[in-house]
Design a protein around this ligand. Structure first.
Ligand code: FEO
Ligand code: CA
Ligand code: CA
Length: 527
């Protein structure tokens, strides 16, 4: 974008002061921040309730792949795209991974009530998991899917996936499929981590009371045809994007994993941060025993009160030993173990990303309506002496949502090449326009500038179609393309004849989740 146009764009919009509780990058909250806090402004596009993907001037999008698009002779792109990952092959080609979180039965299987048929269940299970796509850059600089490439594959709710653990999990060494695939991560060796989040919707949840196990009723009815135990879901799954070979990482614990953000230590061991996205659930950190493998290591959970990571190793804690018989039990019932040893309940920890400049860990706490926290915040965690293997940390609330700050319910995070923090928002679709969310319009994409002429200011970059959430922001390595998932447009459509959205095809078509590629001078100005 020409500088003049960029300033015009900024000049077009109103300016709103952000509330207290916001600190610039690299500074801890203190009175020294007060000047910067007063200077913070909200810029960018106006909130909108239009049924479109609206972008600021200087950016355009193309659909890269939409639900139902054929990817090879037998497979098609799944539903509700979420996390995306870009694994470069060379300068102009890459493997592109996409999570598929959950189906909307009305669209995916035609289900409209009553008992589901096996065919409907199978169709819905096919539409979750992930897609592996080869993508290529054209001479015009646009990224396109290479349809029919031998790398293109689907991982689904039917794929057999072994547990990466020496003991069986609920009697089996492998699970049927992966599901609830929300956010994720990429390992230093180029495999994908895909996280099983709201797994209880599929096969329910196991409930242990007075030593007795019962299971809750799932609402997707899959257990009528497949007798899969809930214990087989709620894991982080590692996928080799070259082969599709997958394994469930038992060592990282079982809960509603939002994401798995990985960092390599100087000695080659790995640290993985992962949040449990439910009201009053916790933040975890795994430290591997060895380089190059996530099979063995220790899982820790955060106590914000103590500013410490607490070990979930049964041998480190007498109380755990009294409550659980084996480490495998702790891994399966991680939530219970975490609360048992005094972990801090948080306001729905969602995505996590690591500041490429300071190494600080940023965590979205999206909201906790039960506690009256409607708008959420972004937490910044600083490991002691910047050492990711440290068991002590400091923290602060970096950005706080609310009408004054112009954003609410932060979710997915991504840093660009300049270290600016991008994030998406996730109001539940039925809350759009409803107090206390009436000023926000549809869900959006925002950037918080860390440097340059707008340092310390927040801009809304995109507004989502009706009922949709923007998820899975990933920058290409050159920073000139932003891949973004548009998830669940038209989710609250009442019937095929009463659609709340017709994005992206428009003209009354059934809405489709799709991954878009975004380019333009606005991004070029940030590389
Ligand atoms: Fe699938 Fe917590 O978002
Ligand atoms: Ca999410
Ligand atoms: Ca969310």
């Amino acid at each position: 974008m020409l500088r003049r146009d960029f300033l015009n764009f900024l000049g077009k919009v109103g300016v709103v002061s952000l509330p207290l509780g916001i600190a610039p990058f690299g500074l801890l909250s203190s009175c020294s921040n007060s000047k910067q806090t007063n200077d913070l402004k909200r810029l960018g596009i106006e909130p909108s309730t239009e049924d479109n993907l609206i972008l600021i001037d200087g950016l355009d999008y193309e659909v890269l792949c939409a639900w139902g698009d054929s990817i090879n002779n037998v497979d098609y792109f799944g539903y509700n795209n979420d996390y995306t990952a870009f694994i470069p092959i060379d300068n102009d080609s890459a493997i592109f991974w996409v999570n598929h979180e959950y189906p909307k039965p009305l669209f995916v299987s035609g289900y409209q009530g009553g008992l589901k048929t096996k065919e409907q269940v199978d169709k819905e299970l096919y539409n979750v998991g992930g897609s592996i796509l080869k993508i290529k850059r054209t001479q015009a600089g646009k990224w396109k899917v290479v349809k029919g490439d031998k790398l293109n594959k689907r991982i689904t709710g039917h794929t057999k996936i072994p547990f990466y653990w020496d003991e069986a999990i609920f009697g089996k060494s492998a699970a049927m499929g992966t599901l609830g695939n929300c956010s994720g991560g990429v390992t230093p060796w180029g495999t994908i981590l895909t996280c099983e989040e709201n797994y209880d919707a599929f096969y329910g949840e196991a409930i242990i009371q007075d030593g007795e196990r019962t299971t809750s009723d799932p609402f997707l009815q899959y257990n009528k045809y497949y007798d899969n135990p809930p214990e087989h879901y709620g894991w982080v799954v590692e996928v080799n994007p070259l082969t599709g070979e997958s394994k469930k990482l038992v060592a990282l614990g079982r809960f509603m994993h939002e994401c798995a953000t990985i960092q390599e230590l100087d000695d080659g061991r790995l640290v993985v941060y992962t949040g449990d996205d439910t009201n009053n659930q916790c933040l975890y950190k795994f430290i591997s025993d060895k380089p190059g493998s996530l099979k063995e290591g220790k899982l820790y959970v955060a106590s914000l009160e103590q500013k410490k990571w607490l070990s979930l190793d049964i041998n480190d804690n007498e109380a755990l030993k009294e409550h659980f018989k084996t480490q495998t039990q702790v891994q399966i019932r991680t939530r219970e173990a975490a609360h048992f040893i005094g972990a801090t309940p948080l306001d729905r920890p969602e995505d996590i990303d690591i500041d490429p400049i300071t190494g600080d860990v940023f965590i979205s706490l999206t909201n906790n309506k039960d506690k009256g926290n409607a708008h959420g915040s972004i937490l910044k965690l600083h490991e002691k002496e910047g050492d990711k293997s440290s068991l002590e940390f400091d923290y602060e609330h970096f950005l706080t949502g609310g009408p004054e700050s112009g954003f609410t319910c932060p979710d997915n995070l991504a840093f660009d090449k300049k270290g600016n923090l991008w994030f998406t928002t996730d109001m539940s679709g039925y809350l759009v326009g409803v107090p206390p969310y009436e000023s926000f319009g549809n869900n959006g994409l925002f950037v918080f500038f860390r440097s340059g002429p707008h340092q310390g200011q927040l801009a809304q970059i995109a507004s989502a179609p009706v009922d949709a959430e923007l998820t899975g922001p990933t920058f290409s390595p050159d920073g000139k393309t932003l891949f973004l998932s548009v998830q669940h447009p038209g989710e609250y459509s009442k019937s095929l004849k009463d659609l709340s959205s017709d994005w992206p095809d428009k003209n009354g078509a059934i809405p489709k989740p799709a991954v878009v590629s975004i380019q333009g001078p606005f991004l070029d100005s940030l590389v």
